[in-house]
Design a protein around this ligand. Structure first.
Ligand code: Z5A
Length: 212
């Protein structure tokens, strides 16, 4: 039987990676075989694209159109080389960001027509549509407080998209909530401003219902 495809989405600092890893651990403890992936990246080609997108590796400003296509290219590679083979072999797949990120960041954030983003996503992902999307929703200011603490603790630097102005990130958050309204059967909006353990419990409830 084909595995289930679960994606984590949300603005900066909403706790996607923390919760995706906690979910992975819980599923494995329950005996599931699970593949964890993240975007952009997850394949050698995708990781090379990630360096360009996140850290300006190419050394020149990236135009908006190129940005969209690079995210889609990384995704096309991840879907065909990693996600679809795992799902078809019956594994569950947990992915930290997926196609909705492009609709939210490039569509709503960069003001590209959303329908155009959806068409590009469709081309990139083939039939790898998520069964469940957990939208970790958090106020932009709280997400950035968390990132500021993390950067200070790890001496890391702000990446290209984190450096965008506040209005951009507010648009992205609104975009995500709009997508959740559009596809209520697939999306579950989780208030990620709460304690990590409380968020984890709610997510576990959604996933248990999906897996029966
Ligand atoms: N992007 C795009 O524009 N278009 C696309 O199509 C795709 C992506 C796929 C990828 O960045 C960037 O690419 C991203 C969108 C864009 N933009 N940026 N910037 P990334 O992969 O490097 O990182 P991210 O996906 O943006 O994740 P993040 O924002 O860095 O964090 P997060 O995964 O949501 O949160 P976290 O790492 O789990 O937690 C952050 C910190 O908060 C950490 O110290 C935690 O311990 C803490 N935390 C987490 N949860 C809590 C709670 N509940 N309470 C308190 N503290 C918490």
């Amino acid at each position: 039987m084909r595995g289930k495809f679960i994606t984590f989405e949300g603005p900066e600092g909403s706790g996607k990676t923390t919760q995706a890893r906690r979910l992975l651990a819980r599923l494995e403890k329950d005996g599931y075989s699970v593949l964890y992936a993240r975007e952009p990246g997850g394949t050698p080609t995708g990781e090379a694209i990630r360096e360009i997108l996140q850290y300006d590796k190419a050394g020149e400003p990236i135009c908006r159109e190129t940005e969209v296509l690079l995210f889609a290219a990384s995704r096309a590679q991840l879907v065909r080389h990693v996600i679809l083979p795992a799902l078809e072999s019956g594994r569950q797949v947990v992915c930290d960001r997926f196609a909705d990120s492009t609709t939210a960041y490039q569509g709503f954030g960069r003001n590209f027509p959303v329908e155009q983003m959806l068409a590009i996503n469709e081309f990139a992902i083939n039939d790898a549509n998520p069964d469940l999307t957990l939208l970790l929703d958090v106020e932009v200011s709280l997400g950035f407080e968390r990132l500021t603490r993390r950067h200070a603790a790890t001496a890391s630097t702000w990446d290209r998209i984190e450096r965008e102005e506040r209005a951009f990130h507010e648009q992205v958050r609104r975009g995500y909530l709009e997508l959740a309204r559009r596809w209520p059967e697939r999306f579950r909006v989780v208030d990620a401003g709460r304690d990590m353990d409380v968020v984890e419990q709610e997510i576990w409830g959604h996933v248990r219902r999906l897996l029966g």
